[in-house]
Design a protein around this ligand. Structure first.
Ligand SMILES: Nc1ncnc2c1ncn2[C@@H]1O[C@H](COP(=O)(O)OP(=O)(O)OP(=O)(O)O)[C@@H](O)[C@H]1O
Ligand SMILES: [Mg+2]
Length: 319
């Protein structure tokens, strides 16, 4: 359905001429930048919830944005229904942006403070030339009901909503074009635990009712393991492991995934120590090697992707 093939994304700083000259004379590579995604393959399958997990800075949001067409990869390609986003014609791109929606971590940044809830929802419909005025009104009321806000809130501005309500409005906004795929970037991380649970339940409900496919991004492995059908774990801009959620803790994991899981269980036998890699200078070979208790010399070479079950892949020399 939606697929990333060998994608790379580096953020290069914009520099002044004097900074460029300085790097030239200091023999520093002016092409240095933050290597956020460093060669990654992943597919999103119809009807699934794909959980994307990793520590801060591992590249989750960047990958989510690449999959949603908000960023373009420097190398590799993202395809939707078999078509490369980079070479799609205008009409297909329009269709893509209708069918794949990105939901932001912080709803305030996605909502225009000067638009009422109803106007914010109608905006997407107007851009995509969907329905007349009364149909749009109808649709926005229906969306507000669907996300549990109710039509009575239609004339409120974003600042008149609580955090949880704003996230519901952000969700309604992402749903107004009836997308097939929703990429939700840490949709609950800014909320209280009890409100988090409400939003998660709402997402699960909507998935059932609408048959939505979802990419759920989070740094919280237990939460993702509860929610997702498949879990993809990222580290240093690479994919470490992909597995079906029911197998978590019941099979041979990548050492990083095992460390994440043990840290969550606080079992103490395999805890995560040290810091994630510097994205400007990631280690050669396996990015987890400097923190890995099992690392050997061979780990400074790029690790192979291994598999034992059709749905289980991991990238490690040792395991
Ligand atoms: N627009 C940008 N410009 C420059 N660097 C960026 C940009 N976006 C992300 N980065 C860098 O790319 C790397 C990956 O960032 P990303 O936001 O994808 O990580 P993340 O896994 O989503 O982290 P978090 O859990 O903190 O949200 C980080 O080092 C980050 O600083
Ligand atoms: Mg992020």
């Amino acid at each position: 359905m939606l697929k990333a093939e060998s994608i790379h994304k580096t953020f290069r700083p914009t520099r002044s001429l004097s900074q460029e000259l300085w790097s030239f004379f200091a023999k520093k590579n002016s092409q240095d930048g933050v290597k956020a995604i460093r060669g990654l393959d992943l597919d999103v399958r119809p009807g699934e919830i794909l959980g994307l997990v990793g520590e801060s800075g591992s590249g989750k949001s960047t990958l989510g944005r690449l999959l949603s067409g908000l960023y373009q990869p420097d190398q590799g390609r993202v395809t939707f229904e078999g078509q490369n986003l980079a070479t799609m014609n205008k009409a297909d791109k329009f269709h893509f942006f209708q069918k794949v929606q990105f939901m932001f971590q912080d709803p305030s940044s996605a909502l225009n403070p000067r638009l009422t809830a109803q106007a914010a929802l109608a905006e997407g419909l107007i851009i995509h030339h969907l329905g007349g005025k009364s149909q749009r009104r109808e649709k926005t009321y229906q969306l507000l009901e669907e996300v549990g806000l109710g039509a009575a809130m239609a004339n409120r501005y974003p600042h008149q909503f609580s955090g949880g309500q704003r996230q519901r409005l952000g969700l309604a906004r992402a749903l107004c074009l009836d997308p097939e795929i929703l990429v939700a970037d840490e949709p609950t991380s800014s909320l209280d635990v009890s409100i988090q649970a409400q939003i998660i339940n709402l997402l699960l409900d909507l998935k059932e009712k609408r048959g939505l496919t979802m990419v759920f991004i989070s740094h919280d492995l237990p939460l993702v393991a509860l929610l997702a059908d498949r879990v993809a774990v990222m580290y240093g801009g690479l994919l470490m492991e992909v597995f079906p959620r029911q197998l978590l803790g019941q099979m041979r994991h990548h050492p990083y995934v095992q460390a994440l899981w043990s840290s969550t269980l606080a079992k103490g036998d395999y805890l995560l120590v040290g810091e994630p890699p510097d994205p400007q200078n990631p280690p050669v070979g396996c990015p987890f090697q400097p923190r890995c208790p099992e690392a050997e010399d061979i780990c400074s070479l790029p690790p192979p992707m291994k598999s034992d079950l059709p749905e289980h892949f991991w990238s490690c020399h040792i395991r």
